[in-house]
Design a protein around this ligand. Structure first.
Ligand SMILES: C[S@@+](CC[C@H](N)C(=O)[O-])C[C@H]1O[C@@H](n2cnc3c(N)ncnc32)[C@H](O)[C@@H]1O
Length: 256
């Protein structure tokens, strides 16, 4: 169920959007995207989704079951939308770790949460989802929102998230997925490949990063493939919920 293909010269090849690149180059290319968009990330999210990403994230919080005193990891947490809500839910006895591989995104997130007076029970860690620097059986809940798509070795990341969860802990993967209707799919393609890069150029002066966004969504495993990946890695009771006609899906798995 790997998204990697082996090149003939034993140097694995993976995808970066629609391009084929050596695995060793993907993380750097993804890093360039997020360094470039970090400052305008929140504004672009609201514009691109007409604010609907807030509803997708609200549903994620609802399904997380996080409560007072819990320890939560928000990996690929970026500018901290989920972390902000978790910080409130876990309260002073709990703890939230906002982790991201990209220091530009992490800095925007940290500044934002500090400005909003939210960071008391939050720590900020630069980390790769594939090699999480946390002990085994540590977190009650791990979330990765719109992050897994960018990770080079998705199975390694899912295994790493499984390792740091306590038994009974929940993983929530919020990610773009496959629209359930052909009509919606066509309209969504038209939007993604014309309007999105145009808006990226206008707002963030970067159309290429938003073209990557559209392409990376198409290359990401669909709902059932991701569910199977989570099950193969060792998660139990894996379910998913389509939102906005499958444009986005929320997968949840429990560590046995
Ligand atoms: C689209 S943003 C999502 C940010 C936030 N979770 C949200 O929903 O608004 C994707 C984030 O994934 C991060 N990321 C990409 N690859 C990663 C990896 N291997 N490990 C951790 N974070 C990664 C990027 O730096 C970026 O901040």
């Amino acid at each position: 169920m790997s998204d990697q293909r082996k090149g003939p010269e034993a140097d694995p090849v993976t995808h970066f959007g629609y391009q084929s690149v050596p695995e060793s180059q993907k993380a750097q290319k993804v890093a360039e995207v997020f360094h470039s968009v970090a400052a305008k990330y929140d504004l672009m999210n609201d514009l691109m989704s007409a604010g609907v990403h807030r509803l997708w994230k609200r549903f994620t919080i609802e399904l997380s079951g996080v409560r007072s005193g819990n320890r939560v990891l928000d990996i690929a947490g970026g500018t901290g939308d989920l972390t902000k809500q978790f910080s409130r839910l876990v309260g002073p006895r709990g703890e939230v770790v906002l982790a991201d591989i990209n220091d530009s995104m992490l800095k925007v997130g940290r500044d934002r949460l500090m400005d909003e007076g939210i960071a008391n029970n939050v720590s900020f860690v630069q980390a790769d989802a594939e090699k999480l620097p946390f002990p085994d059986n540590h977190f009650d809940c791990v979330t990765i929102a719109f992050g897994l798509r960018n990770v080079t070795h998705k199975e390694a990341a899912i295994a790493s998230m499984l390792r740091v969860l306590k038994p009974g802990g929940r993983l929530l993967v919020l990610e773009f997925s496959k629209p359930t209707s052909q009509l919606l799919s066509k309209a969504y393609d038209a939007y993604s490949f014309s309007l999105l890069p145009f808006m990226g150029k206008l707002i963030a002066n970067d159309s290429a990063s938003y073209r990557y966004l559209a392409e990376s969504i198409r290359m990401h495993p669909d709902q059932d493939t991701l569910k199977a990946m989570m099950e193969t890695t060792g998660f139990g009771r894996v379910t998913y919920h389509n939102m906005t006609g499958g444009i986005v899906a929320l997968h949840r798995g429990i560590k046995p």
